[in-house]
Ligand binder design. Structure first.
Ligand SMILES: Nc1ncnc2c1ncn2[C@@H]1O[C@H](COP(=O)(O)OP(=O)(O)OP(=O)(O)O)[C@@H](O)[C@H]1O
Length: 587
């Protein structure tokens, strides 16, 4: 139960509702206890009537109707309070479920990128959905049924022993056996259903990958192989499900059997006692049959509750594992720190913690606010890493990055990220309209602003060419943009934000050189007073920059403006001539 202590703060938050729920649960059960003695009483009245000669039928009818009305009234009250019980306790468990999901989601958002690389998306989703549902069972049904069971035990068992101790002892005998059996079966059911769940999630991953990669499957003619693999998996799934069904099938018959045995014992022992004159009325046998039936579910539920608590504990353990991961990038500055845009790298070295790859070695450069820096270099040279470090997605190992003279950790993280307009290498667009995808950079942007941004990113003409223009839905159930169109929508998203620093990560790689020139021209205008970092493989993206850095294996090999680098022998000059030749002699 150690792990589940995490929920105590929520129980405290909703203590009043919970307390009301507990009282209501007790009241509901107490009302349900009115019926059995009145049934007994009615039988006695009938027995007395039969024994007394000349007794009035009308008088008997009157008493019986009175008893029936009392039983009916108590049942109505019990039903009403049972309704209120669910409205309080189950509602609290839903509130806790909601709060816990929000807590986990907000925590996920604070976690480091390395966390997302280490843990699979399916696992993250499972913990926030499946595991939270298991934990909810503890916060609601366990409390509700637990109190119901406790109240019934505390009231019914003493009443039974008070009224007829021998019948009570015999009839209660099978109930603990029932409880243990249900506990065992619940555990087996849980084990097997976990196997089925895991299998099903593997099956859906396979199906999802198949559908996502349907182009490749068709292109390689692998439809048949894939269908066979799917069939194999389906057969395996059927066997696992059958294992589960077999145990499930034992549950109800066993319950019925044990209830039957208890009822038989009441009738048998009660009958013997009646014959031997130890009890004076058949009414007591009827009363006991009702008690036994009242107790059966709570007894069965003790076993079920135990296994639910164990599952909730295991789920909360998995949730806590993630909640206990501390965010590596901490925001230690509460107040806003406005940013102009001078960026300085001082002997920065950085190694990716998960791969151990040293991406940057002693990198130093300065770029003044409003200037443009182009970063070129072979693939894997460390270009994107520089941009990620500026956005503080990672903290440096040694050296220092300063913005406007302040080291990054001394800047408010939100101020820093709000002042950046980042266009990543692989543009990610949401399954939403194009307008909303662009507006992602500025939620309150007007249609005119969206259009201007799209024009500057040279994608406006493409967008108005679609039937629904800016309202065209992208993604799985919508339109698929070409690589170049995606990149340009992503650029529009950064432009509309109007930040002080632009980070363009090879974001023009999928557009032709003519469009590239057009966009660069627009960018120069739109971002003339802004600091821009452009990572690229093309000289055409770099030539107008105030400063160009050539990275080689994480180190700066060359640094200077276009003219200077052209005058030096090195990567830049080679690249310039290769790309110039390509342009002059296209294949
Ligand atoms: N998230 C990451 N985790 C671990 N290692 C990484 C990560 N990202 C990059 N690396 C490694 O760090 C090195 C530098 O990568 P980086 O992405 O900065 O190169 P790049 O110059 O931008 O390359 P490209 O031009 O192909 O985009 C590479 O060796 C790469 O494998």
């Amino acid at each position: 139960m150690k792990e589940l202590q995490h929920l105590n703060k929520y129980f405290k938050k909703y203590w009043l509702r919970l307390f009301a729920g507990i009282i209501i649960t007790i009241v509901a059960r107490v009302f349900s206890l009115v019926m059995p003695p009145y049934v007994n009483k009615s039988v006695r009245e009938v027995e007395a009537f039969l024994k007394t000669e000349g007794a009035s039928v009308d008088a008997l009818g009157g008493v019986l109707i009175e008893n029936i009305l009392i039983i009916l009234g108590a049942a109505l009250f019990s039903g009403f309070f049972t309704f209120l019980m669910r409205q309080t306790i189950i509602n609290v468990s839903r509130y806790i479920e909601f709060d816990l999901k929000n807590e986990i989601f907000q925590h996920y958002q604070k976690l480091h990128l390395a966390f997302y690389k280490k843990n699979r998306t399916g696992d993250l989703m499972n913990r926030i959905s499946e595991d939270v549902s298991q934990v909810r069972m503890y916060a609601g049904p366990v409390i509700m049924y637990g109190i119901t069971t406790f109240t019934l035990f505390a009231c019914v068992i003493p009443i039974m022993f008070y009224k007829a101790p021998t019948i009570a002892a015999y009839t209660l005998l099978p109930l603990p056996i029932l409880s243990v059996l249900i506990y065992r079966i619940s555990k087996i059911i849980h084990k097997r259903s976990t196997v089925v769940q895991e299998f099903l999630s593997g099956l859906s991953t396979f199906a999802q990958e198949t559908f996502s990669g349907v182009n490749v499957i068709k292109a390689y003619g692998l439809e048949r192989t894939t269908a066979e693999q799917m069939q194999e998996l389906a057969h395996e799934g059927r066997d696992k499900s059958m294992d589960l069904v077999k145990v499930n099938a034992w549950f109800h018959p066993m319950m019925t059997l044990l209830i039957g045995v208890s009822n038989l014992l009441v009738i048998f022992i009660g009958g013997q006692q009646y014959i031997s004159g130890k009890i004076d009325s058949l009414g007591i046998i009827l009363e006991f049959i009702i008690y036994v039936n009242m107790l059966t579910w709570p007894v069965a539920i003790v076993g079920w509750l135990t296994s639910v608590i164990q599952r909730a504990e295991a789920s909360q353990k998995r949730i806590n594992e993630f909640l206990n991961v501390a965010p590596e990038i901490e925001n230690s500055i509460e107040t806003d720190t406005p940013i102009t845009g001078t960026i300085e790298f001082k002997n920065v070295s950085f190694t990716y913690p998960d791969t151990g790859i040293q991406a940057l070695k002693n990198v130093s450069f300065t770029i003044k606010a409003g200037e443009t820096l182009a970063i070129l270099g072979k693939t894997g040279a460390g270009k994107s890493t520089i941009l990620d470090l500026i956005a503080r997605l990672y903290d440096v190992d040694s050296g220092e990055i300063l913005i406007d003279g302040t080291p990054l950790p001394s800047l408010n993280l939100n101020s820093l990220r709000n002042s950046l307009g980042a266009v990543p290498q692989d543009a990610f667009l949401f399954s939403d309209t194009i307008a909303n995808n662009i507006k992602f950079g500025k939620e309150d942007a007007s249609s005119a602003e969206i259009e201007t941004a799209a024009k500057n990113a040279a994608v406006h003409e493409n967008i108005i060419g679609f039937k629904q223009g800016y309202e065209t839905i992208l993604g799985e159930r919508g339109l698929t943009l070409s690589g170049g169109q995606k990149q340009r929508v992503s650029i529009a998203r950064a432009l509309i934000k109007d930040p002080n620093i632009f980070l363009f990560d090879d974001c023009l790689s999928a557009v032709d050189t003519e469009t590239e020139e057009k966009i660069l021209g627009n960018l120069q205008e739109a971002s003339s007073s802004k600091t821009s970092l452009i990572v690229s493989h093309r000289v055409s993206s770099a030539r107008t920059a105030d400063q160009i850095i050539i990275l080689q294996d994480g180190e700066i090999a060359q640094n200077g403006p276009h003219e200077l680098l052209l005058s030096e022998n090195g990567y830049y000059k080679e690249l310039y001539h290769t790309q110039l030749t390509d342009k002059e002699n296209p294949q």
